[in-house]
Design a protein around this ligand. Structure first.
Ligand code: BJW
Ligand code: ZN
Length: 247
């Protein structure tokens, strides 16, 4: 796909970049998205499993879902989209990556300044005392894992109706409020407060680039919409940035 001149200019002019990613950026690694055409969770909607009521009603079922996803994560690798963002961070002076993903693939790709809005699936948290441990220490093996305090362990992610980890949204908000280029990559842009971040940038008149293989509620209002795979589009945008910032 040809990049428009105004898109190229917006990238070359950028000095403070904020990127929001969603499940779509990990799709090319083989991690299922939640929604959209390729979304694999048609049997169980995330709304039906990713909440405390579901966990209290059937903790085993919820753990089975997360264990299934943890098993997949041991077999997948970051893709060209993750890698392009990691390189971009290394080149740019001000670059903040905000992700809704819990898969840890951005870190594995080499990104360092990462704001994980919805936690991390590799962490266990005690439902009673809040103690956190790693999935490498204790995992689900048919029965719900418990804490030394007796409480049930749960995955260290943010479910519907739960607050985001303290300070995390504030940091993302600051990045969205101070950037001069915003990228929304592989997210259906329906889950709040994450979906408010590109809206904030748009309200300030900052260019917003959406990379998504499908239309989203954001598509109509963004400055540039690239209907492409993240793993194809991001390396191209990085190349434009590099050509404008080489000395
Ligand atoms: C590609 C691609 C490729 C594919 N290249 N693109 C009414 C109005 C407004 C808000 C609310 C409301 N009712 C309730 C709320 C609040 C609620 C909410 O937003 N609900 C809406 C759904 C309506 N939000 C919350 O509850 C949040 N907390 C909160 O608000 O706290 C305050 C509060 C407290 C108490 C009461 C009320 C409020 C918390 C949200 C937590 C979300 N958690 C999950 C699960 C995390 C753990 C886990 O992984 O299991 O987070 S849900 C799930 O959705 C996950 C994701 O991070 C999140 C977003 O999904 P994402 O990343 O956008 O993925 P998809 O699958 O939706 O989209 C993929 C996209 O990629 C598609 O568009 C594809 O086209 C595209 N694509 N391949 C490029 N190769
Ligand atoms: Zn405990």
């Amino acid at each position: 796909m040809e990049l428009s001149n105004s898109l190229i200019q917006d990238i070359k002019n950028a000095s403070h970049i904020c990127v929001l990613t969603g499940a779509g950026i990990s799709a090319e690694s083989g991690v299922a998205t939640f929604r959209g055409k390729e979304g694999l969770w048609s049997k169980f909607k995330p709304q039906e499993l990713a909440n405390m009521d579901a966990f209290m009603a059937n903790p085993r079922l919820v753990w089975e879902w997360y264990q299934y996803r943890r098993d997949i994560l041991t077999k997948v690798k970051p893709n060209a989209g993750h890698l392009a963002l990691a390189h971009w961070e290394a080149l740019a002076h001000h670059f903040v990556l905000v992700t809704q993903n819990v898969d840890g693939l951005h870190r594995e790709a080499g990104s360092r300044k990462i704001i994980e809005l919805h936690g991390n699936i590799r962490i266990n948290r005690c439902n009673s005392c809040g103690f956190e441990s790693s999935m490498d220490d204790i995992s689900f093996a048919g029965s719900v894992p418990t804490c030394s305090c007796g409480g049930m362990l749960r995955p260290g992610v943010v479910w519907f109706g739960e607050m985001l980890p303290e300070g995390v949204f504030e940091a993302a908000y600051r990045a969205a409020q101070t950037c001069d280029l915003f990228l929304s990559v592989g997210t259906s842009a329906v889950v709040y407060p994450a979906a408010s971040l590109p809206e904030l940038a748009l309200e300030r008149g900052v260019p917003v680039i959406e990379i998504n293989t499908e239309e989203t509620p954001l598509s109509g209002s963004v400055t540039h919409h690239l209907r492409e795979l993240a793993g194809t589009a991001l390396p191209k945008l990085l190349e434009v940035f590099e050509s404008g910032h080489s000395h």
